[in-house]
Write a protein that binds this ligand. Structure first.
Ligand code: ARG
Length: 263
Protein backbone atom coordinates (compact mmCIF):
# COMPACT_ATOMS: atom_id res chain seq x y z
CA UNK A 1 0.00 0.00 0.00
CA UNK A 2 2.83 2.35 0.96
CA UNK A 3 4.59 1.43 -2.23
CA UNK A 4 1.44 2.21 -4.22
CA UNK A 5 1.11 5.63 -2.56
CA UNK A 6 4.72 6.40 -3.35
CA UNK A 7 4.27 5.54 -7.01
CA UNK A 8 1.03 7.53 -7.16
CA UNK A 9 2.75 10.53 -5.60
CA UNK A 10 5.65 10.21 -7.99
CA UNK A 11 3.24 10.07 -10.94
CA UNK A 12 1.34 13.13 -9.70
CA UNK A 13 4.58 15.01 -9.13
CA UNK A 14 5.93 14.14 -12.55
CA UNK A 15 2.65 15.10 -14.21
CA UNK A 16 2.51 18.45 -12.45
CA UNK A 17 6.14 19.08 -13.30
CA UNK A 18 5.45 18.33 -16.94
CA UNK A 19 2.39 20.61 -16.81
CA UNK A 20 4.36 23.37 -15.14
CA UNK A 21 7.14 23.01 -17.65
CA UNK A 22 4.68 23.07 -20.53
CA UNK A 23 3.06 26.18 -19.11
CA UNK A 24 6.47 27.79 -18.71
CA UNK A 25 7.65 27.03 -22.18
CA UNK A 26 4.31 28.13 -23.56
CA UNK A 27 4.77 31.39 -21.71
CA UNK A 28 8.29 31.68 -23.04
CA UNK A 29 7.18 31.14 -26.58
CA UNK A 30 4.50 33.77 -26.10
CA UNK A 31 7.18 36.14 -24.98
CA UNK A 32 9.40 35.41 -27.95
CA UNK A 33 6.53 35.98 -30.35
CA UNK A 34 5.81 39.34 -28.80
CA UNK A 35 9.48 40.23 -28.90
CA UNK A 36 9.69 39.15 -32.51
CA UNK A 37 6.62 41.16 -33.44
CA UNK A 38 8.08 44.15 -31.71
CA UNK A 39 11.36 43.63 -33.52
CA UNK A 40 9.65 43.59 -36.89
CA UNK A 41 7.58 46.65 -36.16
CA UNK A 42 10.55 48.68 -34.90
CA UNK A 43 13.02 47.18 -37.36
CA UNK A 44 13.87 49.87 -39.87
CA UNK A 45 13.71 49.38 -43.57
CA UNK A 46 17.21 49.43 -45.03
CA UNK A 47 18.45 51.84 -47.64
CA UNK A 48 21.31 50.22 -49.51
CA UNK A 49 23.76 52.65 -51.03
CA UNK A 50 26.51 51.53 -53.39
CA UNK A 51 29.68 53.58 -53.48
CA UNK A 52 33.35 53.29 -54.30
CA UNK A 53 35.14 54.42 -51.17
CA UNK A 54 38.38 55.47 -52.84
CA UNK A 55 37.31 59.01 -53.45
CA UNK A 56 38.20 61.41 -50.64
CA UNK A 57 36.56 63.59 -49.37
CA UNK A 58 33.31 62.17 -50.80
CA UNK A 59 33.88 58.60 -49.59
CA UNK A 60 36.88 56.95 -48.05
CA UNK A 61 37.81 54.44 -45.36
CA UNK A 62 38.52 55.57 -41.84
CA UNK A 63 39.42 52.48 -39.86
CA UNK A 64 36.65 50.00 -40.65
CA UNK A 65 34.14 52.74 -41.42
CA UNK A 66 33.24 54.45 -44.67
CA UNK A 67 33.07 58.19 -44.10
CA UNK A 68 32.90 61.34 -46.20
CA UNK A 69 30.46 63.81 -47.69
CA UNK A 70 28.33 61.20 -49.48
CA UNK A 71 28.24 58.86 -46.48
CA UNK A 72 27.08 61.70 -44.21
CA UNK A 73 24.47 63.08 -46.60
CA UNK A 74 23.14 59.55 -47.13
CA UNK A 75 22.97 59.03 -43.36
CA UNK A 76 21.04 62.29 -42.96
CA UNK A 77 18.61 61.15 -45.69
CA UNK A 78 18.15 57.74 -44.04
CA UNK A 79 17.57 59.39 -40.63
CA UNK A 80 14.95 61.68 -42.14
CA UNK A 81 13.18 58.70 -43.72
CA UNK A 82 13.49 56.54 -40.59
CA UNK A 83 15.56 54.03 -42.55
CA UNK A 84 18.73 52.11 -41.75
CA UNK A 85 21.61 53.04 -44.08
CA UNK A 86 23.80 50.26 -45.40
CA UNK A 87 26.84 51.19 -47.48
CA UNK A 88 28.30 48.73 -49.99
CA UNK A 89 31.81 49.48 -51.21
CA UNK A 90 32.17 48.28 -54.81
CA UNK A 91 34.13 49.07 -57.97
CA UNK A 92 32.99 52.38 -59.46
CA UNK A 93 31.95 50.74 -62.73
CA UNK A 94 29.66 48.25 -60.98
CA UNK A 95 27.56 50.90 -59.22
CA UNK A 96 25.21 51.68 -62.13
CA UNK A 97 24.82 48.03 -63.25
CA UNK A 98 24.14 47.06 -59.60
CA UNK A 99 21.49 49.75 -59.25
CA UNK A 100 19.94 48.59 -62.53
CA UNK A 101 19.91 45.00 -61.25
CA UNK A 102 18.24 46.22 -58.00
CA UNK A 103 21.18 44.94 -55.95
CA UNK A 104 21.40 48.42 -54.42
CA UNK A 105 18.68 51.00 -53.82
CA UNK A 106 20.88 53.85 -54.93
CA UNK A 107 24.36 54.81 -56.02
CA UNK A 108 26.12 57.73 -54.38
CA UNK A 109 29.77 58.18 -55.28
CA UNK A 110 30.55 61.73 -56.33
CA UNK A 111 28.78 60.55 -59.44
CA UNK A 112 28.49 62.99 -62.32
CA UNK A 113 25.18 63.36 -64.10
CA UNK A 114 25.66 62.64 -67.80
CA UNK A 115 23.15 62.19 -70.62
CA UNK A 116 24.49 58.73 -71.31
CA UNK A 117 24.08 57.62 -67.68
CA UNK A 118 20.57 59.09 -67.67
CA UNK A 119 19.64 56.41 -70.17
CA UNK A 120 20.45 53.74 -67.58
CA UNK A 121 19.48 55.34 -64.26
CA UNK A 122 17.46 58.22 -62.82
CA UNK A 123 19.28 61.01 -60.98
CA UNK A 124 18.34 63.05 -57.92
CA UNK A 125 18.68 66.81 -57.69
CA UNK A 126 22.37 67.67 -57.78
CA UNK A 127 23.92 68.21 -54.34
CA UNK A 128 27.47 69.25 -55.29
CA UNK A 129 29.62 70.52 -58.12
CA UNK A 130 32.67 68.74 -59.42
CA UNK A 131 35.45 69.77 -61.76
CA UNK A 132 37.64 67.46 -63.78
CA UNK A 133 41.22 68.65 -63.35
CA UNK A 134 44.61 67.60 -64.62
CA UNK A 135 47.34 66.49 -62.21
CA UNK A 136 50.92 66.64 -63.51
CA UNK A 137 54.42 66.41 -62.07
CA UNK A 138 55.91 69.76 -61.14
CA UNK A 139 57.93 71.00 -64.11
CA UNK A 140 55.80 69.09 -66.62
CA UNK A 141 55.47 70.55 -70.13
CA UNK A 142 51.70 70.02 -69.89
CA UNK A 143 50.25 73.47 -69.14
CA UNK A 144 46.63 72.93 -70.13
CA UNK A 145 44.20 70.48 -71.70
CA UNK A 146 45.50 71.53 -75.14
CA UNK A 147 48.85 69.91 -74.37
CA UNK A 148 47.40 66.47 -73.70
CA UNK A 149 47.58 65.27 -77.30
CA UNK A 150 49.81 62.22 -77.55
CA UNK A 151 50.44 62.16 -73.81
CA UNK A 152 49.86 59.17 -71.57
CA UNK A 153 46.76 59.97 -69.52
CA UNK A 154 45.85 58.10 -66.33
CA UNK A 155 42.21 57.85 -65.22
CA UNK A 156 39.91 55.86 -62.94
CA UNK A 157 38.01 53.30 -65.03
CA UNK A 158 34.56 54.38 -66.24
CA UNK A 159 34.65 57.77 -64.56
CA UNK A 160 33.89 60.89 -66.55
CA UNK A 161 37.65 61.60 -66.57
CA UNK A 162 38.03 58.31 -68.46
CA UNK A 163 35.04 58.96 -70.74
CA UNK A 164 36.06 62.51 -71.72
CA UNK A 165 39.78 61.88 -72.08
CA UNK A 166 39.17 58.68 -74.08
CA UNK A 167 36.80 60.59 -76.36
CA UNK A 168 39.09 63.60 -76.78
CA UNK A 169 42.50 61.94 -77.00
CA UNK A 170 41.88 58.33 -78.02
CA UNK A 171 41.53 55.16 -75.97
CA UNK A 172 45.13 54.19 -76.92
CA UNK A 173 46.51 57.11 -74.89
CA UNK A 174 44.53 56.27 -71.78
CA UNK A 175 45.66 54.04 -68.93
CA UNK A 176 42.79 52.98 -66.67
CA UNK A 177 43.15 52.29 -62.96
CA UNK A 178 40.81 50.89 -60.30
CA UNK A 179 41.02 54.11 -58.34
CA UNK A 180 42.48 57.60 -58.36
CA UNK A 181 45.19 56.78 -55.82
CA UNK A 182 46.59 54.10 -58.14
CA UNK A 183 46.47 56.48 -61.10
CA UNK A 184 48.36 59.04 -59.04
CA UNK A 185 50.97 56.44 -58.03
CA UNK A 186 51.51 55.69 -61.71
CA UNK A 187 52.08 59.41 -62.32
CA UNK A 188 54.63 59.55 -59.48
CA UNK A 189 56.36 56.50 -60.98
CA UNK A 190 56.43 58.15 -64.41
CA UNK A 191 54.19 55.52 -66.02
CA UNK A 192 51.69 58.17 -67.14
CA UNK A 193 52.23 61.89 -67.89
CA UNK A 194 49.12 63.17 -66.13
CA UNK A 195 45.91 62.14 -64.38
CA UNK A 196 42.45 63.48 -65.25
CA UNK A 197 40.25 63.30 -62.16
CA UNK A 198 37.77 65.20 -59.98
CA UNK A 199 39.23 68.23 -58.19
CA UNK A 200 38.59 67.32 -54.55
CA UNK A 201 40.17 63.85 -54.66
CA UNK A 202 42.92 65.43 -56.79
CA UNK A 203 43.75 67.85 -53.95
CA UNK A 204 43.97 64.90 -51.56
CA UNK A 205 46.28 62.93 -53.84
CA UNK A 206 48.54 65.92 -54.52
CA UNK A 207 48.82 66.62 -50.80
CA UNK A 208 49.78 62.99 -50.17
CA UNK A 209 52.49 62.90 -52.86
CA UNK A 210 55.37 65.38 -53.14
CA UNK A 211 56.24 66.81 -56.55
CA UNK A 212 52.74 66.91 -58.04
CA UNK A 213 50.46 69.81 -58.91
CA UNK A 214 47.01 70.49 -60.28
CA UNK A 215 46.82 72.64 -63.40
CA UNK A 216 44.98 75.94 -62.99
CA UNK A 217 42.90 75.32 -66.09
CA UNK A 218 40.19 72.74 -65.55
CA UNK A 219 39.03 70.09 -67.96
CA UNK A 220 35.27 70.30 -67.51
CA UNK A 221 32.68 71.21 -64.83
CA UNK A 222 30.07 68.75 -63.62
CA UNK A 223 27.18 68.11 -61.22
CA UNK A 224 27.10 65.26 -58.69
CA UNK A 225 23.84 63.45 -57.92
CA UNK A 226 22.47 60.19 -56.52
CA UNK A 227 21.40 57.55 -59.03
CA UNK A 228 18.41 55.21 -58.79
CA UNK A 229 16.77 52.34 -60.61
CA UNK A 230 14.38 53.72 -63.23
CA UNK A 231 11.66 51.32 -62.07
CA UNK A 232 11.59 52.63 -58.52
CA UNK A 233 10.07 56.12 -58.76
CA UNK A 234 8.60 56.01 -55.20
CA UNK A 235 12.00 55.55 -53.57
CA UNK A 236 13.58 58.08 -55.91
CA UNK A 237 10.96 60.63 -54.97
CA UNK A 238 11.21 59.89 -51.25
CA UNK A 239 15.01 60.17 -51.17
CA UNK A 240 15.05 63.18 -53.46
CA UNK A 241 12.53 65.06 -51.32
CA UNK A 242 14.64 64.34 -48.21
CA UNK A 243 17.76 65.47 -50.07
CA UNK A 244 16.11 68.69 -51.24
CA UNK A 245 15.04 69.44 -47.66
CA UNK A 246 18.60 68.86 -46.46
CA UNK A 247 19.90 71.20 -49.16
CA UNK A 248 17.29 73.84 -48.25
CA UNK A 249 17.96 73.77 -44.50
CA UNK A 250 21.73 74.02 -44.95
CA UNK A 251 22.61 70.50 -43.73
CA UNK A 252 24.25 69.53 -47.02
CA UNK A 253 26.37 72.68 -47.04
CA UNK A 254 27.46 72.10 -43.43
CA UNK A 255 28.53 68.54 -44.32
CA UNK A 256 30.42 69.69 -47.43
CA UNK A 257 32.14 72.52 -45.53
CA UNK A 258 33.22 70.09 -42.83
CA UNK A 259 35.20 68.10 -45.41
CA UNK A 260 36.20 70.81 -47.88
CA UNK A 261 37.94 73.74 -46.30
CA UNK A 262 37.93 76.91 -48.38
CA UNK A 263 41.37 77.42 -49.89
N1 ARG B 1 32.66 62.23 -60.95
C1 ARG B 1 33.26 61.15 -61.64
C2 ARG B 1 32.20 60.32 -62.32
O1 ARG B 1 31.07 60.35 -61.98
C3 ARG B 1 34.11 60.28 -60.76
C4 ARG B 1 33.42 59.65 -59.61
C5 ARG B 1 34.25 58.59 -58.93
N2 ARG B 1 33.69 58.26 -57.69
C6 ARG B 1 34.17 57.35 -56.81
N3 ARG B 1 33.57 57.21 -55.69
N4 ARG B 1 35.21 56.64 -57.12
O2 ARG B 1 32.47 59.57 -63.21
Amino acid sequence: MKKFLCIALAVVLTLSMVAAFAACSKDDSKETTTAATEATTTEKETLVMATNAEFPPYEFHQGDKIVGIDAEIAQAIADKLGMELKIEDVQFDSIIPGVQAKKYDMGMAGMTVTDERKESVDFSTSYAKGVQVIIVKEGSDIKSKDDLKGKKIGVQTSTTGDIYASGDFGEENITKFDNGAMATQALVAGKVDCVVIDNEPAKNYVKANAGLKILETSYIEEEYAICFNKENPELTKKVNTALEELIADGTVKTIIDKYIKAD
